[in-house]
Ligand binder design. Structure first.
Ligand code: SF4
Length: 178
């Protein structure tokens, strides 16, 4: 805007010199439905605000009303939106056969059945009722489980209950603690 226009604007002879696009620009979150949620990653339990429009999540941020995180999120929690919409997210079962060089897409039901069969066979082959001193242990040291950081509290509870108490697996760990 030139000097003449600025002077005219200053004395009120020119309407607000803002483009229509700028005048109509608003936050993309305006009008979105806001749902209070909890970060799925760790036991700190930071509160999140999930913004959605038309049933689609458009943003996730820290809940400033939360006494736990006061609007903040750590880098992992701040990336929750990417967990949902990242184009890099793997959404199919990928299987690489022993000695194979590439991955194959397989049905989920096939993968679940194969995992169940291998877990059962390995546990049966290596289950110990007593250790070398005769102490009851009811364990298998042949299987370990490493959970991902995106497992939520309920999933971790079930994993721990099934794998430790149910199958006798000792090495049960979660990425969030590494
Ligand atoms: S992962 Fe980060 S943002 Fe999520 S609950 Fe834990 S500390 Fe909070």
């Amino acid at each position: 805007m030139g000097l003449r226009q600025r002077v005219l604007s200053h004395i009120g002879l020119v309407p607000n010199p803002v483009s229509r696009a700028t005048r109509e620009a608003t936050s993309r979150l305006r009008g979105a439905q806001v749902t209070v949620s909890v970060c799925p990653y760790c036991a700190v339990g930071c509160s999140q605000l999930v913004y959605s429009k038309g049933g689609r999540i458009i943003d996730i941020e820290g809940n400033y009303a939360s006494p736990i995180n006061g609007g903040t999120l750590c880098p992992k929690g701040a990336a929750t939106f990417g967990l949902i919409h990242s184009p890099l997210r793997v959404t199919q079962v990928l299987y690489r056969a022993p000695h194979a060089e590439c991955w194959e897409v397989r049905p989920l039901a096939w993968a679940m059945e194969r995992i169940a069969q291998l877990v059962k066979a390995t546990r049966d082959a290596h289950f110990e009722e007593r250790d070398a001193h005769g102490v009851p242990v009811h364990r298998t040291l042949a299987i370990g489980h490493l959970g991902g950081a995106t497992l939520d509290n309920e999933e971790n509870y079930l994993i721990k209950k099934l794998f430790t108490a149910g199958l006798g697996i000792v090495a049960v760990e979660n990425q969030a603690r590494i």
